[in-house]
Design a protein around this ligand. Structure first.
Ligand code: NAP
Length: 314
């Protein structure tokens, strides 16, 4: 067995991430070997890299070609272009991916575009589905200029919702507008109250934003929280919340959800939407993967909106 190169945590390196040699993966019978061409970064894995011990390997989203099909006969054949999802260690030249987490991509969708879809796209899709039928419903999306938010705005509009996007920095409001938000509020979350109440709120920032958002729910409305970009502690007005009537706060964790709602078929839905021009990834950064440390630092500091994609050589 040979070695390949992969992104590994090294606390001494800028951004704590370096490219190092690691053993080539050995696939299980239900896994295909994928030669990675592009991967995208997500806030969660970058945050985890900041605290992880030396040697930990981040990486969830990959796009590439099948180098060896799964031994059990499932999944795409050798040479197929695919996008896939792993629970960690996906930022590498070659990865072993369970075929249930893979979808084929047509030549009209680039590896870079496809690589933005797994965590951000599936999280947007699944959390929106918690809101049921969104036709003519008011939906508030916090973190609207981020990787998840950009997809969530577009998918909510496709479902017929009226969408208000909440961003932190005024300079990033344009991204939420480009995604199709009917209205964008920047800065103080309380500014979104005037445009509610909301049947569905997708909250990825927690903190004061979640506290404020819970007071903006419509009767029988649901708030799905899945992130803590602002803070993991929230204070909210409990009386206002229960007196709304049937309001729900629901937690969401993608890697838990995948048990009931497998990635592959849903990735295929997202790929189709991109191929048909109905869903647009927002790629603000596209660079060689040797830039991993700097790009991860900039993502964490929110120096750019949307997604960063790194291209893998070798
Ligand atoms: N539970 C799950 O399964 C799951 C899945 C996916 C993501 N997540 C979590 O969801 C969050 C969003 O992920 P992402 O990849 O979309 O992140 P991202 O691309 O970094 O986007 C972050 C968003 O949050 C906004 N923001 C940043 N700091 C803020 C603050 N202090 N107060 C309010 N808003 C702030 C940003 O606005 P500006 O652009 O204006 O700075 C941006 O819209 C992350 O915390 C991530 O860990 C969880």
């Amino acid at each position: 067995m040979g070695n390949i190169c992969a992104v590994v945590v090294d606390p001494r390196a800028p951004g704590r991430l370096v490219i190092q040699e690691v053993p080539e993966p050995v696939p299980l019978p239900n896994e295909a070997l994928v030669r990675v061409h592009a991967f995208s970064l997500n806030r969660g894995e970058v945050r985890r890299s900041l605290a992880a011990a030396a040697g930990w390997r981040p990486g969830w989203d990959v796009a590439g070609t099948i180098e060896a099909a799964a031994a059990d006969g499932s999944g795409p054949p050798v040479g197929a272009r695919v996008v896939g999802l792993l629970p960690s260690a996906a930022w590498a030249q070659v990865v072993a991916v369970p075929t249930t987490n893979l979808a084929e991509i047509p030549s009209s969708v680039s590896f870079a575009q496809a690589s933005t879809l797994p965590v951000a796209g599936l999280t947007a899709l699944y959390t929106l589905e918690k809101g049921g039928n969104l036709l003519d419903r008011a939906v508030l999306i916090t973190g609207a200029s981020g990787g998840v938010g950009y997809f969530a705005i577009q998918l909510a509009r496709l479902a017929g919702a009226r969408v208000v996007g909440l961003v932190h920095q005024e300079a990033h409001a344009r991204v939420a507008r480009e995604a199709g938000a009917n209205l964008v509020v920047a800065g103080d979350p309380v500014g979104a109250a005037a445009h509610g109440p909301y049947q569905l709120i997708l909250d990825s920032v927690g903190g004061k934003t979640l506290g404020a958002a819970l007071s903006m729910l419509a009767r029988r409305g649901i708030c799905v929280n899945f992130g803590i970009t602002e803070s993991d502690m929230t204070t909210f007005n409990v009386q206002q919340f229960y007196m709304t009537g049937g309001a729900t706060l629901r937690g969401f964790f993608l890697f838990d959800e995948l048990g009931a709602n497998p990635a592959g078929p849903n990735l295929a839905r997202l790929v189709d939407l991109v191929a048909n021009g109905k869903l647009r990834p927002c790629i603000e950064i596209e660079q060689p993967w040797t830039s991993i440390g700097a790009v991860a630092q900039d993502l964490y500091a929110r120096r750019y909106p949307g997604k960063a994609v790194l291209l893998v050589q070798g």
